[in-house]
Design a protein around this ligand. Structure first.
Ligand SMILES: *Cc1c(COP(=O)(O)O)cnc(C)c1O
Ligand SMILES: [Zn+2]
Length: 389
């Protein structure tokens, strides 16, 4: 097995950088960098058939992941989460073909495990020793868990009202936790200052090029687990947007590998009513999103007032023919109980938000009830015990 990683490319100005030294944002324009691969070469050897012999975790797509040496993989068993048909829930919200991919089954009980497995593995490969990160919650626990497994030091800056579970998992896994009076955006400023001053490496969402590579594996899995036929609609609870842009990237890579056709799902962004910068920008027809003032929602994973990858998220939504909508905290917590009692999943509020979103989209006629709709339950409800009413 070898990775076909070739270089980093700026998603905005196209500038090329090396993927073999620590990099964060584009040095020319300050935008997001994506790892790129020699897909033409890869497609000769990396075929769908080789996957049957691979382990059921996200590293089964190693050729399209950014780690050069297998021995640098830092794994806790992330990825290859199951997709379930949820007909009782479907019936309730008006869909005849509703599915949930349950990301709550990941290590650290959220899909942040994917991104941090990739980013910490690459940090290890590049010889970095000390990592820092701002987090609204789940990313922090994932980073400190993977850092512990890799033997790296990890510092976290987190809003003081982040869920209890997130604070405890950071401490348990030996992370250095700093609670701050503010939001993730404020935490980000402090984390980056600290990084600059003390030579730490900051791995904020999409401000380093590798977390997105872990999250993109959701896109590969959705295709593989659905017989290489993507669903018609994907509904995604959007904070920094790594997952949605990652899946979008994966679809293109798989098309270039010759694995899927050019048919894409419509991509739908769901955000919280009181923190919806992407929804607002989508509705205004803007290329970038203005920061959201006084963001508040119990769905801490999407309490993200500004996203550096805003233009990438908006692009994916628009190119796919999807849209963006909001749901309230009350709708999320009611839906948590509906999903739990009808299907047996204790979903996180962000996951519940996707079911609320599906219901609205079906009601307004944006989604045909017969078309296949996939919800991403991005984490376990067990991490939010102190947030739920
Ligand atoms: C971080 C997070 C999100 C948002 O993910 P992005 O890819 O950053 O938009 C959604 N749900 C949960 C549970 C999260 O932890
Ligand atoms: Zn650039």
């Amino acid at each position: 097995m070898r990775s076909y990683l070739s270089n980093l490319e700026c998603t905005y100005c196209g500038e090329i950088f090396s993927a073999d030294e620590p990099m964060r944002l584009c040095e020319k324009c300050g935008k997001v960098l994506y790892p790129r691969y020699d897909i033409e070469e890869a497609s000769k050897y990396f075929t769908k058939d080789v996957l049957s012999a691979r382990s059921p975790n996200m590293w089964r797509y190693f050729e399209m992941l950014p780690i050069r040496e297998v021995s640098n993989i830092v794994s806790l068993g992330e990825g290859f989460t199951p997709i379930f048909e949820t007909s009782a829930l479907g019936k309730k919200i008006g869909s005849e073909a509703l599915f949930i991919k349950d990301e709550g089954l990941n290590p650290t009980a959220s899909f942040k495990a994917r991104g941090l497995s990739a980013a910490v593995s690459k940090a290890k490969e590049l010889g970095l020793k000390k990592l820092t990160m701002p987090s609204a919650g789940n990313a922090a626990g994932a980073m400190t868990s993977y850092a512990a497994r890799a033997g790296l030091d990890a510092l976290v800056f987190m809003p003081q009202d982040a869920p209890d579970a997130n604070q405890k998992e950071v401490s348990v896994t030996g992370g250095n936790l700093h609670l701050i009076d503010g939001l993730i955006s404020d935490a980000g400023v402090i984390s980056r200052e600290k990084a600059a001053k003390e030579g730490l490496f900051d791995i904020s969402t999409l401000q380093e090029p590798y977390r997105v590579e872990g999250k993109k594996t959701m896109g590969y899995e959705i295709a593989e687990q659905s017989g290489w036929e993507l669903p018609d609609h994907i509904i995604y609870p959007t904070g920094g947007g790594t997952g949605i842009v990652g899946m979008w990237k994966a679809f293109q890579e798989m098309e270039d590998l010759g694995w899927i056709s050019s048919k894409r799902p419509k991509m739908f962004v769901v955000q919280a009513e009181n923190c919806a910068p992407i929804v607002r920008a989508f509705q205004n027809g803007d290329e970038f999103a203005e920061p959201w003032q006084n963001a508040s929602t119990m769905a801490s994973g999407i309490r993200v007032p500004s996203a550096i990858g805003d233009y990438l998220i908006l692009n994916a939504v628009r190119q796919s023919g999807g849209s963006a909508l909001t749901v309230s905290d009350e709708e999320m917590s009611d839906m948590t109980n509906v999903v739990g009692s009808l299907e047996g999943f204790f979903v996180c509020p962000e996951g519940a938000a996707t079911a609320c979103g599906a219901q609205k989209l079906i009601q307004e006629g944006s989604i045909d009830p017969q078309e296949k709709t996939l919800l991403l339950n991005t984490g376990s409800g067990l991490k939010y015990l102190d947030m739920l009413p």
